[in-house]
Design a protein around this ligand. Structure first.
Ligand code: PLP
Length: 367
């Protein structure tokens, strides 16, 4: 007998991870491939986080602290809330899944942008919800149109800020106006995975909404600036009422013990964060200038990556860059996303892209 699978699950496409760097090097015989595809911190993990791992490993025979008391306490102190405002996830990805499972009944709607973090659509569909997709406007979330898309069935609104893959931001005034229009039963998820990279003074005070007991969930992660993507740990800041529901669907030991200890140490490593931020800012300017010199116009970014129209089929450019030993991300059409790396990695990317684009323009003119 054939397996019976719900059509929502059958409709999903498994997430395609980027090619591991070692595999590319082996396949192409390239010694120094660079991976600028997943917005990781090129400086690596916080040294303070690395330093606690061997000690933490001594208790790997024990289950983790399922309540994650120390880490939740430290995050609560940092953000001036009580620990019942803090929920941890196996990456903030997992919290997106918990939100969908806790708050969507079959057929309920979740509003999101058309080009945004792919996990929202996947988790909403897996929870038998309906993703309602609103096109970006000039590469930014169109918040008035997202408010217009809300119906009596809407339970969640996802705002990725800064947005992945575009890098663009929505301002405090824009988010205020959105929230003013949303009915009480709608939870707004402000996914701030790149929060620590943002430089704009107009960025929303998202925690302020939580402190006012508004139905807002702020998502943050240790995967980006803290350099701990491999450990899988992220967190949400929201009202105790919402954490109460999320805890009902949270797997009891979802935040592993090494991740809890490393995150606690990384949180205190202000030097590593400051250094990562400063390097990103300087190198972003260099990569942007390099792209402009090639006649391209990268979208303004508040994050640690640039989104750029490469002027021809993005998949081909992605594949040709692979052959030059540079891994970026093809998003759709002519759009490619590149993570800001170390100075030498960025140089390698710009050289490879110059070569690839020059080759194609020569192809066109027949020389
Ligand atoms: C990287 C990223 C995350 C973080 O994912 P983790 O599961 O915490 O590693 C969340 N949201 C967005 C938009 C991201 O780009």
């Amino acid at each position: 007998m054939p397996l019976k699978v719900h059509r929502d699950i059958a409709s999903l496409v498994p997430y395609v991870p980027g090619k591991p760097i070692e595999e590319l090097e082996r396949e192409l015989g390239i010694p120094h491939a660079v991976k600028l595809a997943s917005n990781e911190n090129p400086l690596g993990p916080s040294p303070k986080a690395l330093a606690v791992l061997s000690d933490a490993a001594k208790t790997l025979h024990r289950y983790p602290d399922g309540g994650a008391h120390r880490l939740r306490g430290a995050l609560a102190d940092r953000w001036k809330v009580t620990p019942d405002h803090v929920i941890l996830g196996n990456g903030s990805d997992e919290i997106i899944g918990m939100l969908a499972h806790a708050f969507l009944s079959p057929g309920d709607e979740a509003v999101m942008a058309d080009q945004t973090f792919v996990i929202y659509k996947m988790e909403v569909t897996a929870a038998h919800g309906v993703p309602v997709v609103v096109p970006l406007k000039e590469w930014r979330h169109n918040l008035p149109a997202m408010a217009d898309a809300v119906t009596a069935r809407t339970r969640l609104v996802f705002v990725c800020n800064p947005n992945n893959p575009t890098g663009t931001m929505v301002s405090a005034a824009e988010v205020d106006a959105l929230l003013a229009r949303l009915p009480d039963q709608v939870i707004t998820v402000l996914d701030e995975a790149y929060y620590e990279y943002v430089r704009s003074r107009d960025f929303p005070d998202s925690l302020g909404y939580v402190k006012q007991s508004r139905p807002v969930v702020v998502l943050r992660t240790f995967s980006k600036i803290y350099g701990l993507a491999g450990l899988r740990i992220g967190y949400g800041l929201t009202t105790p009422e919402i954490t109460g529901y999320l805890n009902r669907v949270r797997p009891p030991f979802n935040a592993n013990s090494l991740a809890q200890r490393a995150a606690l140490a990384a949180l205190d490593d202000e030097e590593h964060v400051a250094q990562s931020r400063a390097m990103n800012q300087a190198e972003m300017a260099t990569v942007r200038a390099g792209l402009v010199a090639l006649g391209l116009q990268p979208v303004p970014s508040e994050a640690n990556f640039l989104y750029v129209d490469v002027g021809r089929d993005g998949r081909e450019v992605f594949e040709e860059l692979l052959r030059e030993g540079v891994i970026v991300r093809h998003i759709e059409g002519r759009m490619v996303r590149v993570t800001i790396g170390l100075p030498e990695e960025n140089k390698q990317f710009l050289q490879a892209l110059t070569k690839v684009l020059r080759r194609s323009s020569e192809g066109k003119t027949g020389t």
